[in-house]
Ligand binder design. Sequence first.
Ligand code: 3PY
Ligand code: MG
Length: 224
Amino acid sequence: MTPFSSPRGLWLTVLGPDALEALPLTGVGWLGVDLQHGVLEVRDLPGLLRVSPVPVLARAGSQDPAHLGRVLDTGVAGVIVPGVGSGEEAAALVSAVRLPPEGRRSTGLTRGVMVGGPQRPLLLPMVETAEGLAAVRDIAGCAGVDGVFVGPYDLSLSLGRPSVVDDELVAAVHRVVSTAREAGVLGGAFSGNRDLDGLLPDLDLVALDTDVTALRRGVADLFG
Ligand code: 3PY
Ligand code: MG
């Protein structure tokens, strides 16, 4: 079950608040702010959060607890954490993301506290390596994890598959999502490819594409 009004999300990699508030976001259930790729930084989150009409998840730049703490301090609805390869790594994320007694995250007079950010943000480790795929049961089953999120592009590289619409890659995505379902947690994925959209399993969260792709399509439609 999607935690938001729609499973379909838009991935932000370059846009700031001025552009965001001009976008027609009807049908967009959530935003994913990408702090790993693109040009956005932790300091861009508050402005985006102020104007976003839908929940904002941040795709963290790393698994570093200090970085995750700074991201969560902004009051995001949750974090999508890249490259998680084992149940131990997932447990370390729970410790970094959860306040005591569940974890060791520190609190303070943060934006999240002042504006009423979530007490318990979503923690969504990414499965996007062969290692993570082999450990998906441990990652999805780790207490404190809310779901797993597939990165098909890194996963295709890691598995040596030629594309994200390759049969084996698509089967791997299905495996991750069915393991999430068995563990009773959310299953999500990034798409970025209209042929992949139709091959994906039923998802609780799907990042359809990036802001840059959406802009490129809009400009091409206007002038094409
Ligand atoms: C991937 O496909 O590897 C991702 O991280 C999506 O952004
Ligand atoms: Mg990736």
